[in-house]
Write a protein that binds this ligand. Structure first.
Ligand SMILES: Nc1nc2c(c(=O)[nH]1)N[C@H]1C(S)=C(S)[C@@H](COP(=O)(O)O)O[C@H]1N2
Ligand SMILES: [Mo]
Length: 231
């Protein structure tokens, strides 16, 4: 505990996420540097075989380019009409080399394929195979600053979520562009969605628009769900 205590010090006095009853919220106060030393101890979520792949409902937004939606995005609709060739994912905030990645850029980076169980807070679960680039690889490209503690994800339907560095650097946290061997379908978050396998489904942001690395917790408001729900 001595060394953990020392790692926690840099976060003291900083704004941390609302706890909503959680007690083991150590990760919130840790910096990128501290997390790197803790990484080897990370536990993987269970992975399954192709035979376990199930039907997979689409929930929440299923097409941000639908003009009848309150959250309609004209920009998204345009990207969709050109098969996402003009889509770019900016990664900014507390990074040394902010930049934007095209779908081709992301596909050119090392990939990971995993068959995992998605657990929705509404009580259903489903198994699928996901392929994408580990978020850790992308973060390495842009060079996360040592003081960074959170990664914030913004989507074309106005959806947003954040995770701490421990989840961001986790080997199964990927930016997925393939589902069950095919291009990520529209209803499941095309062209790229986040997969955070050790947390409940709502952290797996679909329709990624922008990623922002931050030192401070960004309060995205009370969604009615806990900020952290490990599984
Ligand atoms: N952009 C965006 N991401 C989102 C959502 C959403 O409505 N919009 N819903 C979340 C919830 S609650 C779940 S359970 C999963 C659903 O993913 P699916 O539609 O592929 O099943 O996406 C999550 N990510
Ligand atoms: Mo969900």
């Amino acid at each position: 505990m001595g060394s953990l205590g020392a790692l926690l010090l840099p976060g003291c006095g900083k704004k941390v996420p609302p706890t909503y009853g959680n007690i083991l919220r150590m990760g919130d106060a840790l910096t990128y540097n501290a997390h790197r030393t803790l990484l080897p101890g990370q536990v993987l979520a269970p992975e399954y075989t192709a035979a376990d792949i199930s039907s997979f409902p689409a929930t929440g937004t299923t097409n941000p380019g639908d003009p009848s939606l309150r959250t309609y995005s004209k920009e998204y609709e345009a990207f969709q009409q050109t098969a996402f060739t003009h889509w770019k994912l900016p990664i900014e905030g507390k990074v040394k080399r902010p930049g934007a990645f095209t779908l081709a850029d992301l596909k050119a980076l090392p990939s990971r394929t995993q068959i995992t169980r998605h657990l929705c807070e509404e009580g259903w679960s489903a198994i699928a195979e996901w392929t994408g680039v580990p978020l850790s690889v992308v973060l390495q490209q842009v060079g996360v600053l040592p003081t960074a503690r959170f990664v914030n994800f913004y989507a074309y339907d106005g959806y947003m979520e954040s995770i701490d560095m421990l989840d961001a650097m986790h080997p199964q946290t990927i930016l997925a562009y393939v589902m069950n061997g095919r291009e990520l379908p529209l209803q499941h978050g095309a062209p790229v969605r986040l997969r955070v396998e050790r947390q409940v489904g709502y952290k797996s942001v679909k329709y990624l628009q922008r990623i922002v690395v931050s030192d401070e917790f960004v309060d995205m408001g009370d969604t009615g769900w806990s900020w952290y729900v490990g599984i």
